[in-house]
Design a protein around this ligand. Structure first.
Ligand code: EPU
Length: 359
């Protein structure tokens, strides 16, 4: 593995290991599930990936693993886990940047911020890798990766060919893209071309970002801001309320924030009044459509800090389930997910959808 751009990621334990059988995946998923895969291969070039995908001797199915930060391995994986070992980055000029899929996402954010390129700074400190950002459409503090992507370089497993897919065809939506649906198992992301801004484009209007920036730097005037300032403020906010995956196993937000219609929104407000739950935080998406924080719904069902066995709801952000004991089994996490979903549905009539992928 190349080390120059390698951040503090756990793949470093696999230095020089390109292929192996019955590999322990506990260091390769941020939930720290103790599972294995039948075969693990790390590729260093697109041609190598094409070869791997056509190699009949490798156990199927293939599963592309990024930083392992948005999934739950529910059992030993019988096929081949693929990891992109390419971590390079290239300035294409005029704000365009090409990053290889295996680059640690936060290293990408740091690289862009240090060059004064605007766009990814609000997405700082999100665990994972560049390839997954294009699949998952990661989002935080008013920005989504999909808004910054020009095109996605992939290998089409069906055709055995390289393809360049424009962002417009990826159907980016809240935590979603075609890579998670009809393109799943077909396209393997090898790199992403981003179109960033050389002009100041601070996005400060989500949550406490503006406040945090003003407090640190005494101004929120775009003329005096640099992307690295926002990057630092966002990193601090995230560190304050999300568990660091190096210390406590988790997969970030476990559930998506649900969208509800006006009638359901009204029911939730009524329940909140009757039970003295305070104001219901919500965001109007469009006519008759509201986004409600899953964190609030879970909190008001009394789940904070509670759990089953080694699995628990994180104290500071109930949207996050954690491997509190370090020894939680996939079954305990799943049981907790189901119990939370049932109680939120029973109390508020809202069905939470998980964001974390079960493998
Ligand atoms: N809240 C509570 N109780 C709590 C914590 C929060 O009621 O203990 C309520 C508060 O009302 C708060 C609201 O939940 O205002 C929303 O919280 P926040 O804006 O911090 O986060 P979120 O909407 O729950 C989303 C993303 C996060 C992202 C933040 C910031 C999803 C599923 N999650 O969370 O993404 O960092 O916004 O943009 O959309 C991730 O994907 O792993 C992730 C952490």
């Amino acid at each position: 593995m190349k080390s120059d751009l390698c951040g503090p990621d756990f793949f470093c334990i696999f230095v020089n290991m390109r292929k192996g059988f019955d590999i322990d995946l506990s260091g390769m998923n941020t939930f720290r599930m103790e599972v294995t895969c039948r075969c693990f291969v790390e590729y260093e070039s697109v041609d190598e990936l094409l070869e791997i995908l056509s190699d009949k001797s490798l156990p199927r199915p293939f599963f592309p693993l990024g930083g392992g930060s948005n999934l739950l391995f529910t059992k030993d994986f019988p096929g081949t886990v693929l990891h992109c070992g390419m971590k390079g980055i290239k300035d294409l000029g005029s704000g365009r940047v090409y990053a290889e899929a295996g680059m640690v996402w936060d290293d990408f954010c740091a690289w862009c911020a240090s060059r004064g390129l605007w766009g990814p700074e609000n997405l700082s400190f999100i665990p994972g890798e560049v390839g997954a950002s294009a699949v998952q459409n990661i989002g935080a503090y008013g920005r989504e990766a999909g808004e910054l992507i020009e095109s996605v370089s992939c290998v089409d497993a069906g055709a055995g060919a390289k393809v360049e897919i424009p962002a417009a065809e990826c159907e980016y939506a809240y935590r979603d893209s075609r890579f998670k649906h009809d393109w799943k198992g077909r396209f393997f992301v090898t790199g992403v071309t981003f179109r960033l801004s050389e002009e100041p484009k601070p996005e400060l209007d989500y949550g406490h970002v503006r406040e945090a920036v003003k407090e640190r730097y005494g101004t929120d005037d775009p003329a005096f801001l640099h992307p690295s300032m926002i990057r630092e403020a966002v990193t601090d906010i995230r560190k304050g309320k999300l568990p660091e995956v190096s210390e406590l196993g988790s997969a970030g937000s476990f559930f998506r924030n649900p969208y509800v219609d006006g009638a359901t929104m009204e029911t939730i407000r009524q329940i909140a009044i009757e039970e003295g739950l305070g104001n219901v935080p919500s965001f109007k998406v469009e006519e008759d459509c509201f986004k409600v924080p899953a964190a609030w719904l879970i909190d008001k069902c009394g789940w904070k800090g509670k759990g089953f066995g080694g699995a628990a709801v994180y104290e500071k952000q109930p949207l996050v389930l954690v491997n509190k004991s370090g020894k939680a089994s996939p079954g305990e996490i799943i049981a907790l997910e189901e119990a939370i979903r049932d109680s939120v549905h029973e109390k508020f009539g809202v069905t939470l959808e998980k964001e974390v992928e079960y493998v």
